[in-house]
Design a protein around this ligand. Structure first.
Ligand code: GCU
Length: 341
């Protein structure tokens, strides 16, 4: 049963986190050499082995290892075995875990400028998003903003594709169809506000709990991309996927600052180059995985429908004024707009 396995996983995550914490920060652990000599970095991921992020990140490790003659490597821990994203942020900050993939709203909780990446209409396609989220000229300041306060940097981004709603009990066509429904959201102010703007009731919850939440009726629906909808098997318990495409989401690679600082200049350059290739590879895999997810979810009984897109755009448009309030948010918002024109 999923409840049992989730509990078991939580136990594993706790043990894994404690063990890793006991190993200390960068350079710790039996598989790690000291400082600039390199190490096998632990990368936390909340997706399973089928997901394109896992596949691209495994290739990231291989490329990095090859480019650094085996000095630096990456071991990807999928299925949130090192913890939910908010927990892995803490672990990366402490140095018990070296790297993690985290969703934009998780970083919004640490620096409100990150909210810009989750606003509707900021990106209108995966292509426009990818043209920006690894460009240091646009995102360099915000990506480096957590180094001093939290001891990690954002290395770059990969897409989550467009997010849409899915529910248990019949297709959503207009915001009125969401009225009063309990909808799972990522734990962040902008996602909560988004659901409220649509007249639904937001329920913040970790990704790994959505399946049982839907199954037990704690929530009536959620929002995500087709790939997560399929790989997490949400289609089994919420078979109506409605193309609201309300935003194009971003995931970020975060890295412990101590580990980055222990790399030689040459190895750091190899790391950055391998990351760029990873992001490109991921975008390619993303398109293919999306097609497959739709076909396979349909074969499993899911239906996909179009919605009154204008009605959703109108309902969500006030979020821009509500969340772009400070000078630094405005500057980032404008820089992204200029770069995606
Ligand atoms: C996507 C995203 C994850 C995120 C998840 C969620 O799958 O890639 O990083 O955790 O959505 O809704 O929580």
């Amino acid at each position: 049963m999923r409840t049992t396995s989730r509990l078991a996983l939580t136990g594993i995550a706790t043990v894994a986190a404690l063990t890793l914490a006991a190993c200390g920060g960068s350079g710790g652990g039996s598989d790690s050499a000291a400082g600039g000599d390199g190490k096998t970095m632990k990368l936390a991921l909340n997706q399973n082995e089928e997901h394109p992020s896992f596949i691209a990140l495994e290739a990231f490790g291989e490329e990095l290892s090859e480019a650094t003659d085996g000095r630096w490597d990456i071991e990807v821990y999928p299925n949130a075995t090192l913890g939910a994203q908010d927990e892995t942020i803490q672990l990366v900050s402490d140095g018990g875990v070296d790297l993690s993939i985290v969703s934009a709203p998780q970083l919004e909780n640490l620096n409100k400028d990150f909210v810009i990446f989750s606003l509707p209409t900021v990106f209108d396609s995966v292509e426009s998003q990818m043209a920006v989220i690894n460009d240091p000229a646009v995102v360099g300041d915000v990506y480096g903003s957590l180094e001093e306060s939290h001891s990690f940097s954002v290395i770059g981004g990969i897409t989550q594709g467009a997010r849409s709603f899915y529910v248990k009990d019949g297709p959503v066509e207009t915001p009125a169809d969401l009225e009063g429904k309990k909808i799972r959201v990522q734990e962040s102010p902008v996602f909560i506000a988004m659901i409220e703007a649509l007249g639904a009731s937001p329920t913040p919850m970790a990704y790994g709990e959505v399946y049982t939440g839907l199954q037990s009726g704690v929530i009536d629906g959620a929002e995500n991309n087709e790939v997560s909808y399929f790989t997490q098997k949400h289609f089994e318990v919420a078979p109506y996927f409605s193309y609201t495409n309300h935003l194009v989401g971003a995931d970020f690679l975060i890295a412990n600052t101590g580990v980055l600082d222990s790399m030689t200049e040459e190895d750091r350059a190899a790391f950055d180059e391998a990351w760029q290739n990873t992001a490109d590879n991921h975008t390619q895999l993303w398109g293919e995985a999306t097609e497959k997810a739709i076909t396979d979810a349909e074969a499993g009984g899911a239906t996909f429908n179009e919605v009154d897109a204008q009605a959703f755009t109108d309902a969500l448009s006030p979020l821009i004024d509500q969340f772009v309030t400070s000078d630094s948010q405005r500057a980032l918002y404008d820089a992204i707009a200029a770069a995606t024109e």
